[in-house]
Each structure stands twice: as structure tokens, then as C-alpha cells.
Design a protein around this ligand. Structure first.
Ligand code: GDP
Length: 592
């Protein structure tokens, strides 16, 4: 990070604003803001609303001195309370364990692999090696801890992202060696790519006689996953969750990729964490597993999660042991929240419980205010506005089709519609109906869904409606292309410049029963053309705008009249000429 400049400019930031609005305030591109948010663990698209704290972090990083906008109508005794999260000094950052999610097709062994990895602890003779299911667990390999999210599959992974939480650092893609790449394998690849997390391939079930790891590697290349052996950069490990073969190698590979990623966090600050799962326990009350992302969470901390607060009464690790504190990348169960939070919500530790309750109150008010000004997400119809407002230069599409052939054909044709200015990115193309998972991916990536000759699952439809995700159904290819092309053309935002062609001075006004008024004029400079755009000036004032509908020399209609000649001029929709008016003739030229 560069040293702070002494000429910091102040910026007033409202309690909640969209990423795009923040970009405008800070005079940078929305992409720049999105990048900064990502490095701070916040996944947001440009239409998403972020709170003051989050916005302030970005502002500080960009050299601004943020200050909160005065609340619109603060209730007596309830000033804006939520303190901003201080950005970390790079010197305070310490390496942290990677957080890994296991993705892959159903029955390829995700759950078995998570079990096998968990068992390495028992094998390593760790005391209390038996893991409780809390939604995430840690294992150690060569002195390095690795955190695994215990809910396999990309649905959970993307659901978190759709809520703005980026939890995963590394995705392990499980492919069964006997079955090869299957539809959900492809889906998982695309979800991981959309989240921009590195992928490690685990070819599972190599104990089976039908195992064919080479075929898997070949199939993966078709989806742009090229393993090291084939000259690519994706680490690939053969494993068997059944026999335990290769599990150690997989852990080593994870450590290697983690090292390259240089994952860091500051442990010495109030904690912020993400809820992995939560439930209401009949005897213990709300119980939540959270993954600490920054800082250290301590027993006794006052915390805020979404719109609930509490005090960490007790903390348990993934072996059910009481612990007093948890640093970055550590999953912990916490007791003491007032309500059950939702997976994907962020938790932060604050000074005391009173403040925590005030923050919750404030968040509730903000949400209510915000709900009245909900932002629409991208859709083809409003795309042009989105773009002119936010300079959106990428249209993200998820494509579902009836048969593979049409997926390939539409994908290819759509991609060719990309221009230099606007990129069309199909982040997932597959056969089958539109599912919940597609909608979540669209939500997390701010994309639209195109359904070609395929149905939309009712739950996906409901989810899409609730989240404002557009699903467009088609059954004719050219209509897909036509619609997208039109939207893209709107995206191009042509810039026009006015070029003046000439002027004429009105010297006499004639009435005509047919056309209203004819201005007997003298061309003072340039040239006057029939059909040209024109404006009528009276002194400095523009009194009318129109088109030159009629142009006559004596009784003849002419196409153009040069400087120094007299002519009769008719301007569309204008019949209030006065002697002395100046008619300016111009055209518009596209400059970009
Ligand atoms: P998931 O749906 O991806 O979570 O897959 P599961 O972990 O439930 O595994 C599906 C099936 O494959 C189960 O019957 C497992 O016992 C079996 N299985 C998983 N891993 C292996 C393996 O390495 N070798 C063999 N032979 N079977 C496996």
C-alpha cells in the first residue's frame, strides 16, 4: 500500500449505497471498487448495496477521508452508531489457513472425501480427533492448518456468494475416475471460475478397476481445465476416499496452492466472520457456526450478525471443545446470539452489547429505507440504462438449453456478438432445466439467464422473481441473438457531435396554405440542404428545432443552396418565423 498522501480529500458517504454510487463518489470505475471489496472479503456486484463501513474501507484505501452522511431523520437518542471497520495495515497481516470447498458431480465422492480427510486426524493420533459436524473443520498437514467447509457442492458455495460472502479460497473438484466429467462437474467448474478461486482436481475412486484417470484429464481440457501433466497449471491428484490413497497428497497440493495464493489476515483486531450454518437448539438457543475471516473472536465479545446481536457466551471448536478465542480461518460454534442468523451473513465483534443492539436497530432502519428504493438488477430491457449509468461493459449470461448441440451453437454465436467495447461472457452453458443453482450463480455474478427450449424449475422461477434475476425463454435461435444484439447495441453508447453546415437569415415570411410558413432567406455561410437538421435562433435564443422539410429556389424544389443565394425554407412543425431569425443547419456525426 502506498503511503497516505497529506492531501486527503474528504468524502461524505451515506449509511448505505450501491457499489456504483460509491465508485461515482470516489471517481473510480465500479470495477476498481469491486476489486477492493473482494480483497476485503466482500463479494458484491455494482448494483449491490453496501453499508457505510464497507464503503469507508474502500474510500480509505483510495486515499479518501470518509465521513458518514448525517442520518436523514435520526430518532432522538439514537445517533448513527455503527463504527467503521478499520482497514488493516499490511504489516499487521499474518498468513492464515486456506478455506477449502469440495465441489463435484453427485455420487463422485464429495462426502466420502470429506470423511476421509477428517479421519486423517484420528490416524495422526490427535487427541480428540473425532470431529463434530459443525459445517466446517480443520486438519493439519506438515504443520499447516487447512479449513474445510463441510457442506459439499456448489449450491451452498454459490448461495453464500449470492449473499455477498466469499468464503472459499480453494475449490477441490472431485471427479470419479470411472464416471468422468458429468454435468454437475461442468457446473462446479463454472461456479468456481465465476468466483475466481483456484481449482485443484481430485480424481477419486482410483481403487476401482474401471478407473480411467487419463480420460478424466482429457475431458477436463475440453472445459479449459488443463492439468500440469498436460502442460497446464491445474494441480491434479489421484485419490481414493474409500482406501485413503492419495489423501495426503491432496492435502499437500492444497498447502502448495495456498502458499502461492499468499492468504493473509490481521489476527489482532476485532473479529469479523461469516455464518456457515445456524440453527435453534432447544436447550442452548441459537447456535451458529461461523468462520472467522479477520481478527480474533473471543468468548465474551459483543457481536452483531445481520439483524441480530448477542454476546459470545461460549465457543466450541470442531471437536466440541470449549475454546476462548479463534483467529482467522478458524470455524467455531458460538452460543449467545439473540436470534438464529442466516448462512452467509457477516458477523462482527463490537465494543459492547449496547452498541451491538443499537447497530442492529440502525441496520433494520436502513434496510427498511432501502427496500423502498430497491435496485433492479441487470436485465436486457434496462441494460442500456445500466450501462450508461455505470459503464457496465460486460454482459454475463448463463445459458440453459434442451440439447448440447444448441448450447454450443448459441454459445458460439453469442460470443461472436462481443465487441471491443462490450464483452459478452457466458459463464455457464449446459443442458437441462433452469435450476436454483443457475439462479444463484446469476445472482452472485449479476448475470441474466437464457433458457432455450427448456423449462424453468418452479423453485428457480420463484427464486429468480424474489432476487430480481431475469430469465428469458426462447425457442428460436435467431431471436436470442437478435435480442442480445439489440441490448448490446444499446451498450455501445454512441457519442455524437454536432457539426454546423451553414446559416441562413430570414428576410421575409410567406404564408402557404399547404406547408404553413415559408421563410424567404439568404444563405449567409456554408450550405443549406433539404432534409438537414435545423434550429431557429432569435438573437441568442433557440426558438425551434426541426428538420428542413422544404427548400425552394424560385418555384423549384432544390436539394441544396450555397452561400450568397436566396431561397425559401420550410422547417417541420414551425410556423412562427420572424424577419431577422437565423436558421442554423447542422448534422450529427458519431465520434465513437
Ligand atoms: P457425493 O454425492 O459426491 O457426496 O458422493 P458420496 O461421497 O456420497 O459417494 C457416492 C458413492 O461412491 C458412495 O457409495 C461411496 O461409498 C462411493 N465412493 C466414494 N468414494 C469412493 C472411492 O474412492 N472408491 C470407491 N470404490 N467408492 C467410493
Amino acid at each position: 500500500m502506498t503511503a497516505k498522501s497529506s492531501t486527503q480529500s474528504r468524502v461524505t458517504i451515506p449509511a448505505a449505497l450501491t457499489v456504483r454510487e460509491l465508485a461515482e463518489l470516489l471517481r473510480v470505475s465500479p470495477v476498481e471498487v469491486i476489486k477492493r471489496l473482494m480483497t476485503n472479503g466482500v463479494m458484491a456486484n455494482q448494483n449491490q448495496t453496501i453499508d457505510y463501513d464497507t464503503a469507508a474501507i474502500v474510500a480509505v484505501e483510495l486515499g479518501f477521508e470518509p465521513e458518514p452522511e448525517a442520518a436523514a431523520a435520526p430518532e432522538p437518542g439514537a445517533p448513527l452508531v455503527e463504527p467503521e471497520e478499520e482497514p488493516d495495515d499490511p504489516a499487521s497481516l499474518k498468513p492464515r489457513p486456506p478455506v477449502v470447498t469440495i465441489l463435484g458431480h453427485v455420487d463422485h465422492g464429495k462426502t466420502s472425501l470429506l470423511d476421509a480427510i477428517r479421519k486423517t486426524r484420528v490416524a495422526a493420533g490427535e487427541a480428540g480427533g473425532i470431529t463434530q459436524h459443525i459445517g466446517a473443520y480443520q486438519v493439519e498437514r506438515d504443520g499447516h492448518l487447512i479449513t474445510f467447509i463441510d457442506t459439499p457442492g456448489h449450491a451452498a458455495f454459490t448461495a453464500m456468494r449470492a449473499r455477498g460472502a466469499q468464503v472459499t479460497d480453494i475449490a477441490v473438484l472431485v471427479v470419479a475416475a470411472d464416471d468422468g466429467v458429468m454435468p454437475q462437474t461442468v457446473e462446479a467448474i463454472n461456479h468456481a471460475k465465476a468466483a475466481e478461486v483456484p481449482i485443484i482436481v481430485a480424481i477419486n475412486k482410483i481403487d476401482l478397476p474401471a478407473a480411467n484417470p487419463d480420460r478424466v484429464k482429457q475431458q477436463l481440457t475440453e472445459h479449459n481445465i488443463v492439468v500440469e501433466e498436460y502442460g497446464g497449471d491445474t494441480v491434479c491428484v489421484p485419490v481414493s476416499a474409500a482406501t485413503g490413497q492419495g489423501i495426503g497428497d491432496l492435502l499437500e497440493a492444497i498447502n502448495l496452492v495456498a502458499e502461492i495464493s499468499e492468504l493473509k489476515a490481521n489476527p489482532n483486531r476485532p473479529a469479523s466472520a461469516v455464518v456457515i450454518e445456524a440453527e435453534l437448539d432447544p436447550s442452548r438457543g441459537p447456535v451458529a457456526t461461523v468462520l472467522v475471516q479477520r481478527g480474533t473472536l473471543r468468548q465474551g465479545d459483543a457481536v452483531v450478525v445481520g439483524e441480530t446481536s448477542g454476546k459470545v457466551r461460549a465457543m466450541l471448536d470442531d471437536r466440541g471443545r470449549r475454546i476462548k478465542e479463534a483467529g482467522p480461518s478458524t470455524p467455531v460454534v458460538i452460543l449467545g446470539l439473540e436470534d438464529v442468523p442466516e448462512a452467509g451473513e457477516r458477523l462482527r465483534a463490537v465494543a459492547d452489547e449496547k452498541l451491538a443492539r443499537q447497530i442492529v436497530e440502525e441496520r433494520r432502519r436502513r434496510r427498511e429505507a432501502q427496500e423502498q428504493t430497491q435496485h433492479a438488477r441487470v436485465n436486457l430491457d434496462t441494460l442500456f440504462n445500466e450501462i450508461s449509468a455505470g459503464k457496465l461493459k460486460e454482459l454475463i449470461i448463463i445459458l440453459k438449453t434442451d440439447v448440447r448441440g444448441s448450447a454450443e451453437a448459441i454459445k458460439g454465436a453469442l460470443e461472436r456478438l462481443s465487441t471491443q467495447e462490450v464483452k459478452l461472457k457466458i459463464i455457464h452453458a449446459a443442458t437441462g432445466p433452469v435450476t436454483d443453482s443457475d439462479v444463484m450463480l446469476a445472482e452472485a455474478s449479476n448475470g441474466i439467464i437464457i433458457a432455450f427450449n427448456t423449462r424453468i424449475e418452479p423453485s428457480a422461477k420463484k427464486r429468480a422473481e424474489a432476487a430480481g434475476i431475469e430469465i428469458r425463454s426462447y425457442n428460436i435461435i435467431y431471436q436470442v441473438l437478435e435480442d442480445v444484439e439489440k441490448a448490446l447495441q444499446g451498450m455501445l453508447e454512441p457519442v455524437y457531435q454536432t457539426v454546423v453546415d451553414g446559416h441562413a437569415e430570414v428576410r421575409a415570411v410567406f404564408k402557404s396554405s399547404r406547408v404553413g410558413q415559408i421563410a424567404g432567406s439568404y444563405v449567409t455561410d456554408g450550405v443549406v440542404r433539404r432534409g438537414s437538421l435545423a434550429r431557429v435562433l432569435r438573437g441568442k435564443e433557440e426558438v425551434a428545432k426541426g428538420r428542413c422539410e422544404g427548400l425552394k429556389r424560385f418555384q423549384d424544389d432544390v436539394r441544396e443552396v450555397q452561400t450568397g443565394y436566396e431561397c425559401g425554407i420550410v422547417i417541420s412543425g414551425f410556423d412562427k418565423f420572424q424577419v431577422g431569425d437565423i436558421i442554423e443547419f447542422y448534422h450529427e456525426e458519431r465520434v465513437s
